[in-house]
Design a protein around this ligand. Structure first.
Ligand code: FES
Length: 203
């Protein structure tokens, strides 16, 4: 399934209603499509474009700017090993080689069982905790080969489901906007003030 399904289309409209202009919801809707399909498909980007009143090219241009959006299937867990200076000095290259051996894939590759995609990453803003890596963007500090092996084993056994959900999972508790507080979509060309913005007092 590539376009947003029925339930997610309803949710997408609810999300759009939180913004004064529909196209401001582009990124949240891309995340929604990634949660649904595991990655962002061309059909989903075209659907998002329809929903927010943009062209598919505009949505694609936005989506491809961000590293967290994937455009091909990836594993349940994205393993990103930092290779920037602090982590490199603290052994991240050896850790990456170890990960390649353990997982049997090179950076960019996905294990045959679809569990892990290995990626080489740039600085993850945890330089004091080098060597750092992330699994589905959750930090794993001061990694060693042993800690890596234990982490992979725990993920395979589902022992980390509580703190490391599958790739693409959005917030588990979604904020609900009561109908009376939803602003409703506003065309980008509509100069009307969003309903929640109070009009300036005229004195
Ligand atoms: S250099 Fe690795 S987190 Fe900054």
């Amino acid at each position: 399934m590539s376009r947003l399904n029925e339930a997610n289309t309803i949710l997408a409209k609810e999300i759009i209603a939180r913004y004064p202009k529909a196209r401001s919801a582009t990124i949240p809707l891309l995340h929604l499509s990634q949660q649904q399909n595991g990655y962002v498909t061309e059909e989903a980007m075209a659907h998002v474009a329809e929903l927010v009143g943009a062209t598919p090219a505009e949505v694609q241009g936005t989506a491809t700017f961000y590293e967290m959006f994937k455009f091909r299937p990836v594993g349940k867990y994205l393993v990103n090993i930092c290779g920037t200076m602090s982590c490199q000095l603290m052994g991240s290259e050896a850790l990456l080689h170890h990960a390649e051996e353990v997982l049997g894939v090179k950076p960019g590759g996905t294990t045959a069982d679809g569990m892990f995609t290995l990626e080489h990453a740039e600085c993850q803003a945890a330089c004091t905790e080098a060597p750092n890596m992330q699994v589905n963007y959750r930090h794993c500090h001061r990694m060693t080969n042993e800690a890596f092996d234990q982490l992979i084993a725990d993920l395979r056994e589902g022992k980390r489901d509580a703190d490391i959900p599958a790739h693409g999972t959005l917030a588990r508790i979604r904020q609900q906007i009561p109908a009376e507080k939803a602003v409703g979509p506003v065309s980008p060309d509509d100069p009307a003030r969003p309903v929640w913005t109070p009009a300036p007092e005229v004195k």
